[in-house]
Design a protein around this ligand. Structure first.
Ligand code: AVI
Length: 313
């Protein structure tokens, strides 16, 4: 077996600076990448199991149903790169079907990534597995020295691309293009536009798991930035904005209050929002236009139950 874990400290995120900048801005915001501490990752897994949130289940079913066809369309690949790989579960199907000689997984949460990728390396002894602890949004290019030559496939499932603005998404896809190289490919999954009531329910599950996920962001700041947020004084508020084509998630201050964050005092007016996430929903053609603007050529699309997977070369 071949496995290495490299923590790239220079490529780490900066929670303190990003949060203080976001809370000083008008309107206030916090980057959604900070949802995913250990508790946030567990809560996201729980979201995926909620009956109202079909995204993860639908993508899994789509991949299972079309795996042979997807693998045939991809053809021979030497290296699969998965940014934001997390628990490394999704890439397993591709490893089984495509048989690359190298897998490079990147994630902001280095330790859980190392554990998951190490276990994967034990099972897939013919695959050289590299796990890079890094904030790929900041410095994707730092992964380049860890890639072997040959044909590369960037795998970006889970509709994570929907958490970027269309301009940011295009910029990220252009960076994927550079990383993959001229002969490289991109296999990407995203959530499709659908009945807004269905979308609204998916981000307002009856068990309150999405609310807990959103509020965990403040709990994280309490834990890691010596903040003193009273979670009872903020309300999870998520809705579908049909003009922008996105779900917006906010934390709304239920009162006028001043909170200490990393040694600074931050004031929240009654009703003021901290915008914590956007989740864009696309039509297939809308998404293709973004990918084409980033230098990718469409190869094939698979759709099922309101979710799409597209292959680009
Ligand atoms: C990770 N990402 C695609 C999820 C989404 O649907 O935008 C994150 C999420 N936020 C609330 N529920 C799930």
């Amino acid at each position: 077996m071949s496995f290495r874990f490299v923590d790239l400290p220079a490529a780490h995120d900066d929670l303190r600076a990003d949060v203080l900048a976001g809370l000083a801005a008008q309107p206030k915001s916090i980057p959604p990448k900070y949802f995913y501490d250990e508790a946030g990752c567990r809560l996201f897994e729980a979201i995926c199991a909620q009956p109202e949130y079909a995204l993860c289940r639908t993508e899994r079913a789509l991949m299972e149903a079309h795996l042979a066809e997807i693998a045939a369309a991809i053809g021979a690949v030497d290296c699969i790169i998965e940014p934001g790989a997390g628990d490394c579960v999704k890439v397993r199907a591709l490893l089984d079907a495509v048989h690359p000689s190298q897998l490079v997984v990147l994630d902001i949460a280095g330790e859980p990534l190392a554990a998951a990728a190490g276990a994967l390396a034990l099972e897939y002894s013919g695959v050289a597995v590299s796990a890079l602890g890094m904030d790929f949004i900041r410095s994707l290019e730092d992964a380049t020295p860890y890639l072997m030559g040959g044909r590369r496939l960037v795998y970006y499932p889970g509709s994570s691309i929907g958490n970027f603005t269309p301009a940011e998404a295009a910029a990220l896809l252009a960076r994927f293009r550079k990383l993959a190289g001229e002969a490289g490919q991109l296999l990407i999954g995203f959530d499709l536009k659908k009945d807004p009531v269905e979308l609204h329910r998916a981000y307002n599950d009856a068990a309150g798991v999405t609310a807990a996920f959103n509020l965990n962001l403040l709990a994280r700041l309490n834990r890691e930035l010596e903040a003193d947020f009273d979670l009872g004084q903020f309300r999870h508020y998520a809705f579908y904005n049909p003009v922008a084509g996105r779900i917006e998630m906010h934390l709304i201050s239920l009162t006028g209050q001043t909170v200490r964050v990393a040694g600074q005092r931050v004031h929240f007016a009654l009703g003021e929002s901290v915008h914590t996430e956007n989740s864009w929903k696309f039509r297939g053609d809308e998404f293709s236009a973004i990918a084409v603007s980033a230098g990718w050529q469409p190869v094939q699309t698979w759709e099922r139950g309101g979710f799409a997977v597209q292959l680009y070369g």
